[in-house]
Structures are given as structure tokens and as C-alpha cells.
Design a protein around this ligand. Sequence first.
Ligand SMILES: [Zn+2]
Ligand SMILES: [Zn+2]
Length: 314
Amino acid sequence: MTVADTPTRSTGSARPILEGRRGLAPQISVYVFVILPLAALVAAIPFAWGWGLTWIDIAIALVFYVTSGLGITVGYHRYFTHGSFKAKRPLRIALALAGSLAMQGPVITWVADHRRHHAFSDKEGDPHSPWLFGTGPAALAKGFWHSHMGWLFDRDQTNRERFTPDLLADRDILRVDRLFVTWSVATLLVPAALGGLLSWSWWGALTAFFWAGLVRVGLLHHVTWSINSICHMIGDQPFAARDHSRNVWPLAVLSFGESWHNLHHADPTCARHGVQRGQVDISARVIWAFEKLGWAHSVRWPTQRRLEKLARAA
Ligand SMILES: [Zn+2]
Ligand SMILES: [Zn+2]
């Protein structure tokens, strides 16, 4: 057993890795949730010059980017998927809610897909590896598209019974999971309402809907998806992982530390991903603050000995 095998939970079961196909209505909603923010992001480029972007829009967008972004990195990813720390009930629910504002899927589905990614990383069974089609230029272009967003349209669903029995047994989390469409509507309409109230105009509501709703969701989508695509294709590999995971520094701030992806695959339950000198990891700082406030405990911080061992093995 390698170090990378140990920490990912719930993968040794005899249950199949897939559970049936996605129905037509959820499939259509995947298209809407993916395409609409992407179209806004593309449209934002010409609009940014001279079309109704105000400081109010920027401020609301920033608040929602940080809240939903940390909901994904600290909540969906480091806490729910990997159990990097333990959280008290209010924080646990708040993290599930914050992550749900990113329009990246219901919490349990997201976690099931991501645990499957670690269980099979860059091998057959990984839902979003760029390396499944070969290593030629055309195969890698196809792999990039698949790992970045093509896999989202795959109707085969990860078996939640197999990968996330812990979350399915949690009534709070199940409730947040089932209301995902509600949170997705709220993540677009609340910024619009705030923009309307703060500017006291319908136009302000519309520009906040566009910038702090759609464009903000679209940007975070592509930052998150870049961890699955770019961070498995280019960058450094200072630590021993059994896959193609890499560190990509230009994405460190926007991804709240998730682009230190090589250490993450080498040691998946570690609460800090940016462990080397100068590697900014905002999510780790936030977990540290939760620990200081007494909201989180049993945080799996890296030890020097373990890091040295992982670096030597590389
Ligand atoms: Zn990965
Ligand atoms: Zn992970």
C-alpha cells in the first residue's frame, strides 16, 4: 500500500462504482447550470469595458466568490470529502450551504465524484482524468476538455451508497443536498436583490445579477475545473503521488490554495495543501481560524516528518 492509498475513505466496498443514469430533467439542469454562467463569463469580456459594472457589483461579487469558493475548498473538499478536520454542527451545516452556492452540484454528489477521483486517480474509473484517451496531442486535447468540463455531461452517476454512506446517514446534510436547486436559484437572486437595494434601482439589480451572480459563478466554475484539468497536466511534482497531480502556482490565490494539488494527492487528508515556503493556502488559514474559534477540532495538520518522507519518495 502506498501513502496515497491510505486516506481516501469508503472505496473498498463491493458495491458498483456507478448507480444508474441521470434522468432527463437533471441532465437539462446540468446543461443550464454549466452553460449559463459560461456564456455570462464570455459576454463579460466585451461588457467589462463600459457596460454597467459598478463598485457595488464588484463588492457583492467578491463576497459571494469568497463564500461559495471557501464553501467548496474548505467545506465540500477538505471537510466533507477528506475529513481533514472535525466541525461542530452549525459549522458543518454552514459549510454545506456555502458550497451549495457555487452551483457545482449537490454536496453529496460532489463528494461522491471526488472520492471516486481519488480512488482511481488518472486510471480507468476516475470521473475526470485528462489521461484516459492517450498521450498524443489530439488525445490530450480531448483529455483536457473531458477533465475540465466534458465529464459533467456524462450521464453515468457515481454510486453515492458506495462512496458517501457517511453523508447519506446525516439528516442535516441530506436536507441541504436535496434542496440544491433552491440554493442555486438563491445564489443568483440574492446578489440581484442586494444590488437592487444598495443602488435603489432595477438597473442595479440587473447588473448585480449579471456580475455577482452569473459571472462570479462562471469564474469559480473554471477555477475549480482547472484543478481537475490543468493541475493534472502541467506543473511541479515535488511529492510522491501515484498519479499526474501537479502544483500550479498562478491559480493559488483564485483557488484558495487548491492548486497545490500534488501534495494534496500525496496526502489527501492533510488540511494544508500549500506546505512549502511561499505557497499561499487561504483555505488552510481559514481552517486554522475555525480551530482557534473552537468551531473545528482534530485538524490534520502536516508534520515535518511526513512531508520529508513524501518528498523523499518522489
Ligand atoms: Zn486531483
Ligand atoms: Zn481531493
